[in-house]
Ligand binder design. Structure first.
Ligand SMILES: Cc1cc2nc3c(=O)[nH]c(=O)nc-3n(C[C@H](O)[C@H](O)[C@H](O)COP(=O)(O)O)c2cc1C
Length: 139
């Protein structure tokens, strides 16, 4: 039994590389313990995160994420059972899209809202995966 959640949120202050690294180190440590995998996108004050795992671990992780004071306006875009992991090798990947990529992020919102649910789930997941395909897993 596996579950996937996608949300967007707004950082309470601009995230420096150091702040993102600190956040990621903590997230990966926790995710290694709980078996959660996924990917986090940060661009210009906006987070988008996809994470997946066992329902109990997901509930704990989601509560922790929602409770963080580092961001606000957590908006759920997807919360559904999945058949298999999309990011089995990633304790939590990080992508900071180049300036030319916010459009892709905006499109991602539309794609996820419209295609990552019910019948067309593979479309949205394939898009998320392609976003990371060229990036090697973290150490
Ligand atoms: C954008 C974002 C992503 C996060 N991702 C994860 C995650 O993948 N796994 C996890 O266990 N916690 C995650 N957290 C929670 C943090 O690891 C940490 O527990 C939380 O930020 C602590 O609360 P604080 O930020 O108010 O100090 C995330 C938090 C934020 C803001």
């Amino acid at each position: 039994m596996l579950q996937a959640i996608v949300y967007t949120s707004v950082s309470v202050q601009p995230m420096t590389d150091f702040m993102l690294e600190t956040l990621l180190l903590e997230a990966r440590r926790l995710n290694l313990e709980s078996g959660v995998t996924g990917a986090l996108i940060y661009s210009a004050g906006t987070f988008m995160q996809y994470f997946e795992g066992e329902p109990l671990a997901m509930a704990e992780t989601y509560a922790r994420i929602r409770g963080s004071r580092q961001h606000t306006r957590v908006t759920e875009m997807l919360n559904e059972p999945i058949a298999a992991r999309a990011f089995p090798d990633w304790q939590m990947a990080l992508a900071q899209p180049a300036r030319s990529e916010p459009l892709a992020l905006a499109t991602a919102d539309w794609v996820l809202r419209n295609s990552l649910s019910v019948a067309h789930a593979p479309v949205g997941l394939a898009m998320l995966r392609s976003f990371w395909r060229r990036r090697p897993p973290p150490d």
